[in-house]
Design a binder for this molecule. Structure first.
Ligand SMILES: [Zn+2]
Length: 469
């Protein structure tokens, strides 16, 4: 009897629990109760799967570095096409993108006087070569780019400019913007002040001795000088040497070459929608990487997360709207794949119902931001509510800080989203030889996949489409 009573009570408890769940689901204007139960199931399975890990392991091991225009890049494209097909995507195709090709042969540097020693250096992308024996000159130090810009016209005449700006560590990566200016334009400003060479403290938060590469640019009409970066530890050392007050002479030896126009490919995989096949969710990352590491965090993880997420988002069958994964080409050289994508798909960009790029490493997602028309906010809030149990906080509906490859899509009012990862440690490894698979945590990767899968499923299957602003 007692047993029977207990069982009746537990049945009642269970019934009231499921009643509450149904109640909660019934409140939804955008999803059926069945769809909301699918979200729970997708999350559960994504959190138990190593699909993304298997992808990033395969990419970084079997392909390795994927600098645009190199054989590694070509192998990366072939890898992506093959994986999309193996994973069962309905459509797989490539679209060409051209870019100014550049390759690195070798790089080294040393202090010549007053205390001879090696410096750990890397050429910045697009840098010219030094003479074969290197470039030897006295160093002149500046605290930041602004100080160099404000210096007298010939302030650096015949010298190697050294910018010693320290990047701030920050969860949002907010330290990157102020630091990266010196990487992008430093060599131009230095040349305008009469310098013969340029070296900067890496755009880095690391304490290790790897130098961080990254894109840099020249300006028409301004003399091209070697453009390079040294590790944080070496920048500290060089600063101490300069502070001694005696002339410090260094030698920089960079051998690199611009090779004219190169071609690579955006690789695209799509699960076709059943009701509105033209409308689609666009998620992805960039397939290329720098050459120093294996591009595990930047952006092998993003590739793996979004490919796996699309797979989980279709776990319960064909979505209403298509889910498209775009692996952009030649991002590191200046968003060339993204620009080509925007141009080639200009007429159909209005069919994008939600776009998000994963390109900030492999740490957990903590924030969700949208940039949509006010009428779509209730739907976005429902997605946010399903992300909340994963400790993903909805921040705001403003210009979402989504990935760099979505920048060329902005003029087309694409509904853009940011699923923001914790970037506290990202710039310890970014663009270094230390960006390797061991920095990726498989459990955190699962959390990313679950978040993206929920987002993609809900945006693709909602009753109404999301509208941009
Ligand atoms: Zn990246």
């Amino acid at each position: 009897m007692k047993k029977r009573f207990t069982s009746v009570v537990s049945t009642l408890i269970l019934a009231s629990l499921s009643f509450n769940v149904v109640q909660a689901h019934a409140k939804s204007d955008n999803f059926s109760a069945e769809q909301l139960s699918h979200v729970i199931e997708i999350k559960k399975q994504a959190l138990e799967s190593d699909l993304a890990w298997d992808l990033v392991e395969s990419l970084t091991t079997e392909v390795g570095p994927r600098m645009p225009g190199t054989p590694g890049d070509e192998a990366g494209v072939a890898w992506a096409v093959a994986k999309f097909k193996t994973m069962g995507f309905d459509k797989v195709w490539t679209e060409p993108a051209t870019f100014p090709k550049w390759i690195r042969y070798s790089e080294s540097a040393s202090v010549v006087s007053p205390a001879p020693q090696a410096l750990h250096i890397t050429a910045l992308g697009n840098s010219i070569s030094t003479p074969k024996e290197g470039l030897e000159a006295q160093v002149i130090e500046f605290e930041n780019l602004a100080e160099l810009e404000n210096a007298a016209d010939n302030a650096a005449k015949g010298k190697i400019v050294f910018i010693n700006y320290h990047m701030d560590r920050d969860r949002d990566g907010n330290g990157y913007g102020p630091a990266v200016k010196a990487r992008s334009r430093g060599a131009v400003v230095a040349a305008q002040k009469g310098a013969v060479g340029y070296v900067m403290r890496s755009v880095s938060t690391a304490t290790h001795r790897f130098a961080h590469t990254g894109g840099s640019h020249y300006k028409e009409g301004v003399t091209k000088i070697v453009s390079s970066a040294i590790s944080n530890a070496d920048a500290d050392q060089l600063h101490r040497l300069v502070a001694l007050g005696k002339p410090v002479t260094i030698n920089i030896n960079v051998q690199a070459k611009s090779m004219g126009e190169g071609t690579s490919y955006n690789v695209i995989g799509e699960f076709t929608g059943s009701e509105f096949p033209k409308e689609h969710v666009l998620i992805g990352g960039h397939l290329d990487s720098w050459d120093l590491g294996t591009g595990a965090l930047d952006d092998g993880a993003g590739i793996a997360i979004t490919m796996a997420a699309a797979k989980f988002a279709t776990l319960k069958g064909q979505p209403k709207r298509s889910i498209r994964v775009v692996l952009f080409a030649a991002e590191e050289f200046g968003l060339w794949g993204a620009k080509a994508y925007a141009k080639a798909n200009e007429k159909t960009l209005s069919n994008i119902v939600a776009a998000a790029e994963s390109d900030f490493g492999a740490d957990k997602i903590w924030a969700f931001e949208s940039n949509v028309h006010a009428s779509s906010l209730p739907l976005v809030k429902e997605i946010a509510a399903m992300l909340k149990p994963l400790n993903v906080e909805y921040i705001a509906n403003n210009a979402a800080r989504n990935g760099p490859d979505l920048i060329p899509l902005r003029p087309f009012k694409v509904p853009a989203f940011a699923l923001s990862q914790d970037g506290t440690d990202y710039f310890d490894y970014h663009h270094t030889a230390d960006d390797t698979l061991d920095k990726v945590d498989p459990i955190k990767l699962r959390h990313n996949v679950a978040s993206y899968a929920i987002f993609a499923y809900m945006a693709a299957n909602a009753k109404t489409r999301i509208i941009g602003k």
